[in-house]
Design a protein around this ligand. Structure first.
Ligand code: ATP
Ligand code: MG
Length: 339
């Protein structure tokens, strides 16, 4: 049994966010909001995946700022409580070290089958770099290095987690138990939020239309404007029903932010128009995001605190990561002059 499991009674959960796109309320309601709640039940490691961002050409100053902001967002969500680790990927060298080892235990064919690689190579045809190809093995290293039992994943990351599991099992099969084989964590909480402009599609960070989604850092007046501009229908009835994707989505957002049931919402807005309803949805989103907004602003104004937190996070993460790297290095036969 790997040492990590013996030491901890709580299961470990790992989740990283990319710094290059600001999360939207779909990410927040469907995933991020629930992470803080996991702090009590799990031993959590959260991070900013800045190395992954390099697979696409980035402006250095922008990436640096976005990484710091993404780190502040994780802290503003309250994720650091309960002894959880919040860190930035590039601050822990072990990710790249383990990724190299895993590259040597991943077949070209299996990496070639990754849907994300195929899609991104098509959309960035001028820069199909080796990093893009090796993205899933770096991701496998992110997970396996912390001996994570669970990874909260959306549908589009399931294939990468499957690859991480296969590589872990393969390595364990050759060298004996080294890595915990991670499992997807599907939260029972959290609804799917649709695009405000095309409510038959999900709200997505990669949607080029900024009016389609509400970023968690959007100012209150922007939130109101986006809700007012949400696509609905010509029925003018606030009711959750088939064929009313736009209204259903706004009701889902309103329910997620207020805790009200659909029937309650239908009753509340009986005889009222979409204008009133959209304004109420906007105000509910603003109220729901307010604690995050305020804490995020406070953190960004306190760079000294942010830097110290990042350093502490990196040290805590490295303590776990280095043990796994040393173990993997030893197993594959790299010479350790201390032994
Ligand atoms: P991309 O378009 O780049 O895939 P995304 O908006 O789908 O971006 P991800 O980074 O893929 O965001 O997902 C992060 C987390 O947010 C995952 O747990 C995913 O299930 C959840 N999530 C993403 N979109 C939504 C949504 N519209 N509603 C609810 N949860 C969502
Ligand atoms: Mg996605």
């Amino acid at each position: 049994m790997p040492e990590e499991i013996k030491e901890k009674t709580k299961k470990r959960v790992l989740s990283l966010i990319q710094p290059t796109a600001v999360p939207h309320i779909g990410n927040y309601i469907g995933a991020m909001r629930n992470w803080a709640g996991m702090a009590d039940d799990f031993d959590c490691v959260f991070g900013v995946a800045d190395l992954h961002a390099l697979t696409i050409r980035q402006d250095p100053a922008t990436l640096r700022r976005q990484s710091m902001e993404a780190y502040a967002m994780l802290l503003a969500l309250g994720l650091m409580r309960g002894g959880n680790v919040v860190f930035c990927q590039s601050h822990v060298a072990g990710h790249c070290q383990l990724a190299w080892i895993l590259n040597c235990y991943t077949q070209f064919g299996e990496a070639s089958r990754m849907t994300q690689f195929k899609e991104k190579s098509a959309s960035h045809a001028d820069n199909v770099n080796v990093g893009l190809f090796a993205y899933p093995t770096l991701q496998a290293a992110d997970i396996l290095i912390y001996q994570a039992h669970y990874v909260p994943v959306g549908a589009d990351q399931k294939q990468h987690l499957e690859l991480a599991r296969n590589v872990a099992e393969r390595f364990n099969g050759v060298y004996g138990p080294t890595f915990v084989v991670p499992e997807p964590y599907i939260s029972k909480l959290g609804s799917k939020i649709a695009s405000l402009q095309e409510p038959s599609k999900k709200m997505s960070k990669s949607d080029p239309n900024p009016r389609a989604s509400i970023a968690i850092t959007d100012a209150p007046d922007v939130i109101i404007k986006k809700c007012r501009g949400a696509v609905t229908d010509s029925d003018a009835v606030i009711r959750y029903a088939e064929g009313k994707d736009g209204v259903n989505n706004l009701m889902t957002i309103y329910a997620a932010c207020t805790g009200k049931a659909f029937e309650e919402i239908e009753h509340e807005f009986e005889g009222k128009g979409y204008g009133d309803f959209k304004l109420a949805v906007g105000e509910a989103v603003i109220a729901e995001l307010r604690p995050f907004r305020e804490e995020y602003a406070r953190l960004l104004a306190d760079k000294a605190y942010l830097k110290q937190a990042a350093q502490d996070g990196a040290e805590a993460a490295a303590r776990i990561a280095n043990r796994t790297v040393e173990k993997a290095y030893r197993k594959v036969g790299l010479w350790d002059f201390r032994r």
